[in-house]
Each structure stands twice: as C-alpha cells, then as structure tokens.
Design a protein around this ligand. Structure first.
Ligand code: PGA
Ligand code: ZN
Length: 435
C-alpha cells in the first residue's frame, strides 16, 4: 500500500471523548489578541490550536467575538471568547461521547444557536474544532493530513501561493490591490516550488531597493512599496521571476492576484489606482492585465455584493483563468451551492475561521469538488504558528495553498510543514488538482 493512502489497517475509532478544553488569550502576528485552545481527550491525548483572524473580512463571515472593552487592546480583547471555551463549551463537551468530529462540531453549532456563531464566537468554536481534529489524529496515530482525508480523495502537495507584494488593508501604502502572489505551478516538486518562491522573493527585494522603493513588509510578509499602479507591480514581478532564473508563466512561476475588491468598492463603483470604474470597466481591466501578464488566478476581482458583475467576469474570463471567490463565498456551503447554480466564479477560497468549524470547511470543499470548482486553502492576515491549514490542504487534495510570503515565522511555519510532509511522502503528487 502506498504511503499516501489515507487509511492503513482497520479504520480507527472515530469517537470523540473529551476530558477538558481550555483556552488562553494569546497574540496573533499583528499584535492583536486571539485564542489558543487546548483539547484533552479522555485517553489523555492533548492538542492545541492557534486561531487566525482576518482584516479584509467578508460581511457574511462567522463572527469573531471581541470584548469591546476600550481599556484592553483597544477593544480587541478576546476574554469573552476565552471564557466561553473554559465555561460553557467545556461544560458541554466534558464527559460526553461524540460519534465523530462532525458530531462534536454539530453540538458546538447547536449550542451557539445563531446562524453566524455570534453568541459563543466563531473564534472560540473554531479553536475547539481544530484542536479536537488534531487530538483525534494524534489518538489515531496518524498525521493530520491522513486523518482528515475524505473518502475517495487523493491527497496531494499544493502549489504554494507566495504573497510577495502587499497592499490594500494589509499595508499602509498607496497600492489598492491587496495581494500579488507567485505561484510556481511548473515546479517539479514542493521543495523546488518553495525554492523558486524564496529565490524570487529575495531578488524582488533587491529590485525594489535598487529602484528606490522601501522594502518594509506588510501583514502577510510581502513587500509594501509605495507603487500605485498594479501594472507596475506586475512588471516588476515578471522581471524578478526572470532575474531569479525562473520562467514567468504556468510552465514556471505564474502570478495570482487578490485585489480584495470589496475594500475599494463604494457607492456602486470601484476606486482603484486613482480611477473610478464600473463593474464592466473592472472586467475590461482584468482582461487587459491577463493579456499583458502571466496571471493565472484572480481572487475577489469584484466586490462581495456585485453578483451581476461576477457573472459577467466569469463569462468573460472563466475559461481562461481561475476566478476565486473569497469575501463573496466566505467558505459557506450554502453560498457556494448558490454560486455553482448561478455559474459564478470557478473556484473558492477556503478559510476555516470564515465558517467556523472543520466539518463545515470540509463540506464546502466537497461541494466545490463535486461541482468542478477548484479550491485554494488560505491563511488569514492575522496568524499564529499553527500549521493546520497545511495538513488540511494536503488531505483534501486542494492543490493550492496561500499562506503569505516566504518570510515571517507564522507564514513559513505552514510552508515548512509542507516541506516536511513532502520529504516523508515523496510519492504525493505536486501541483494543482486535476479537474
Ligand atoms: P484577511 O485577508 O485575512 O485580512 O481577511 C485575506 C484575503 O483577503 O484573502
Ligand atoms: Zn481574499
């Protein structure tokens, strides 16, 4: 049996019996409070999770509970969410047997009782869900990426999407598009993909520096130069890819964008790079950018409420490039189902804390797989050293992971985890999921 086959021997007991859950208020990578949650199973197995947090959030995301106490962390404290884990959630799960992770997640959702997890807090619930998933894998004696693999899905190593230039809500510069990513699609392996990304990142720093730009970093570890026009960033990226000895394009390193357009959509128009554009003009702009640059994927090219615009965008570019819904889909199985029926986008960004449990995340990914939509798993701008998403990506065969630049500890923790999995399992294929 090949080593990437998810099950070996008899199926492990999926029952979840929890002795104790415990949360602590810790910091994320932006100096804001978040939660660390530890789950202890009845057999003594313990596992912890660090909860991520976004900045350019979709309005339909599950609700992150903040204390709103101006005397602490400018109102951003999470002691209420911590209290909910240590009190109500601990009382709920203690001593009870759940059939599996899905059963535990369903109990958490039911106990919260709201449609958006706003009572107990999605940050509290997702921390318990991730820590429980990790504890279960450990109890089963399997790595997370094997334990989480859905039946019938072949795990694979994803194309890392290195966010090397940061703008929008992630950097205090004049760049309106939020993310410019390097996607080494043509690399022969995970290790070569990471090398290609890191080498290009290093060359990019020198090119920006030599051109007189500041090389300070944004929230996700990418450079945050004061460049206004996306075209100028893209020209520089192509230059850096070539100067680092790699091939710009899908045969080597392609480019992925996340303009995060909800952030610059106001009064029915898009305000970017000094222009005021209609939805149709944005689509024209993206079509030109795709002609001129080796762009293979655009996420949130239009705002979350602009479904008509998304339909036009999909009709225009959907057969040429990947169109990823983030703010518009918020990892929500019901919204993704609606989008599939309306033929909006052809891929979904997957963020566990956007929906709030591991089970619902796997459900969103299953809906995408069945509909022929691609999935790209994602970190948040606020992260901890937690590497859960690396395993989730491999387990689900998503084939794509974005988790920032090849710099900053909380970003490289995920890439390094992928390198370790690839080293132990060289038979896992690398690359985007075949469609
Ligand atoms: P966020 O941004 O984590 O700040 O919400 C990430 C994204 O828009 O993809
Ligand atoms: Zn996004």
């Amino acid at each position: 049996m090949s080593s990437h086959t998810p099950t070996t021997g008899p199926a492990p007991d999926s029952t979840v019996q929890i002795r104790h859950v415990h949360a602590v208020e810790i910091l994320d990578s932006r100096a804001r409070p978040t939660l660390s949650v530890t789950v202890t199973l009845a057999d003594g197995t313990t596992a912890r999770a660090g909860v991520p947090s976004g900045a350019s959030t979709g309005s339909g995301e599950a609700v992150e509970l903040r204390d709103h106490d101006p005397a602490r962390y400018a109102g951003l404290g999470v002691l209420t969410a911590v209290g909910n884990v240590n009190g109500e959630i601990n009382d709920l799960v203690q001593g009870r047997a759940f059939a599996d992770l899905g059963d535990l997640d369903a109990a958490l959702i039911a106990a919260d009782g709201t449609a958006n997890k706003s009572r107990l807090g999605a940050n509290a619930i997702v921390g318990v869900s991730i820590a429980a998933a990790r504890a279960l894998a450990s109890a089963h004696g399997r790595p997370m990426w094997q334990d989480l693999a859905p039946a019938g899905v072949a795990p694979r190593m994803p194309v890392p999407h290195f966010n090397v230039v940061n703008g929008g809500a992630h950097a205090p510069n004049s760049l309106d598009f939020q993310e410019f990513m390097l996607a080494p699609i043509g690399a022969p392996s995970m290790a070569e993909a990471v090398r290609a990304g890191a080498e290009t990142y290093t060359v990019l720093k020198k090119i920006l520096h030599d051109a007189g730009h500041a090389t300070g970093l944004g929230d996700e570890g990418g450079f945050a130069p004061d460049i206004t026009r996306p075209e100028d960033v893209l020209t520089t990226l192509v230059q850096a890819i070539a100067a680092a000895g790699h091939t710009p394009g899908r045969a080597g390193i392609a480019i992925a964008l996340d303009p995060a357009a909800s952030e610059f959509y106001r009064d029915g128009a898009y305000h970017a790079a000094g222009q005021t554009l209609s939805s149709g003009q944005m689509v024209d702009w993206y079509a030109r950018l795709c002609e001129d640059f080796p762009i293979w994927s655009i996420e949130d090219g239009l705002a979350e409420g602009d479904w008509d615009g998304w339909t036009a965008l999909t009709e225009r570019l959907g057969d040429r490039i990947q169109l990823v819904g983030d703010d518009i889909f918020v990892t929500n199985p019901a919204i993704i189902t609606d989008a599939v029926n309306r033929e909006v986008a052809n891929a979904a960004l997957i963020k566990v804390n956007q929906i709030g449990t591991v089970t619902e995340t796997l459900d969103a990914m299953r809906i995408c797989r069945e509909a022929g939509y691609a999935t790209m798993v994602s970190h948040r701008s606020g992260e901890t050293e937690d590497t859960f998403i690396a395993d989730l990506t491999v387990a689900t065969g998503a084939g794509q992971l974005k988790t920032g630049a090849p710099a900053r500890g909380e970003r490289i923790a995920k890439y390094n985890r992928l390198l370790e999995i690839a080293d132990h399992h060289p038979d896992l294929p690398y690359g985007p999921a075949p469609n």
